[in-house]
Design a protein around this ligand. Structure first.
Ligand code: ATP
Ligand code: MG
Length: 199
C-alpha cells in the first residue's frame, strides 16, 4: 500500500488542504491519504487558542466524507497529549507493515522541519512530499537545502492563497467562508458555533 500522511491543525480545514491532498494522491498513486488532525499542535498552543480537537476532527470528517482515498484520522487525538509526527509515523509503520509512507507538507512547513521532535526517525521512515504554497519559498530539494538527506519530491498544485488564520479572522468578523471551506465543514462550524466569539 502507498499511504499518504497529511498532518495539520485544520483550524479550520480549507480547499488549500484538500487540493494538496487530492493532487498528491493523484500524482503519486497513493491508495489512501490520511488527514491527521493534531491533538495538541505544540508549536501553536502557546501562541493562540486552538479549537478543540474533536471539533477540528468533525470539520475534516465532514469535508472528506465520500471522497475516495481521503480519510480523516483521529490517531493523534486518541493518543492524546502533544502531537509529534515522529510518534504518528512510528504508529503507522507498526500498523501497516508493508506500506510505503509519504509525508505531505506545504512549502512553509519545510523550513520548520528541523525544529520537529525526533526528526531523524521521521526522515528514515517516509518520503517527504512538498507542495508549493503562496508566500513560502520554493522548495529546494538538492544538496545543501533543507531536505538534504531526505527522500523527497515536490509536486506542483495551483497556488491557493488560503490559510486557516485568514479564515478564522473571516469567521470572527462575519465575512463569508463560502468556496474557501467545503460546505459540509461550514455546516459544522455553524452547528457548533465555532470561531464566533474569539474576537
Ligand atoms: P494556520 O494559518 O492556522 O497555520 P494553515 O492554513 O497553515 O493554518 P495548517 O493546518 O497549519 O493550515 O496546515 C496543514 C498543512 O497544510 C501544512 O503542511 C501546510 O503547509 C499545508 N497547507 C495549508 N494551506 C495550504 C495552501 N493554501 N497550499 C498548500 N499547502 C497548504
Ligand atoms: Mg499553518
Amino acid at each position: 500500500m502507498r499511504l499518504g500522511i497529511f498532518g495539520g491543525t485544520f483550524d479550520p480545514i480549507h480547499v488549500g488542504h484538500l487540493v494538496a491532498a487530492v493532487n498528491a494522491r493523484h500524482a503519486l498513486a497513493l491508495d489512501r491519504v490520511l488527514l491527521v488532525v493534531a491533538n495538541e499542535p505544540w508549536q501553536k498552543v502557546a501562541e493562540r487558542p486552538v479549537t478543540p480537537a474533536r471539533d477540528r476532527l468533525a470539520m475534516v470528517e465532514a469535508a472528506v466524507a465520500g471522497h475516495p482515498g481521503l480519510e480523516a484520522s483521529a490517531m493523534e487525538i486518541e493518543r492524546g497529549g502533544p502531537s509529534y509526527t515522529a510518534d504518528t509515523v512510528e504508529e503507522l509503520v507498526r500498523r501497516f507493515r508493508d506500506a510505503e509512507l509519504f509525508l505531505l507538507v506545504g512549502a512553509d512547513v519545510v523550513a520548520d522541519l528541523k525544529s520537529w521532535e525526533r526528526i531523524d526517525a521521521v526522515r528514515d521512515a517516509v518520503t517527504l512530499v512538498a507542495v508549493n504554497r503562496p508566500g513560502a519559498e520554493t522548495v529546494e530539494l538538492g544538496p545543501g537545502g533543507p531536505l538534504d538527506g531526505w527522500r523527497a519530491l515536490a509536486i506542483e498544485i495551483p497556488d491557493l492563497e488560503i490559510s486557516s488564520t485568514d479564515l478564522r479572522d473571516r469567521a470572527r468578523t462575519g465575512r463569508p467562508l463560502d468556496y474557501l471551506v467545503p460546505e459540509p465543514a461550514i455546516r459544522v462550524i455553524r452547528a457548533r458555533r465555532l470561531y464566533a466569539d474569539q474576537g
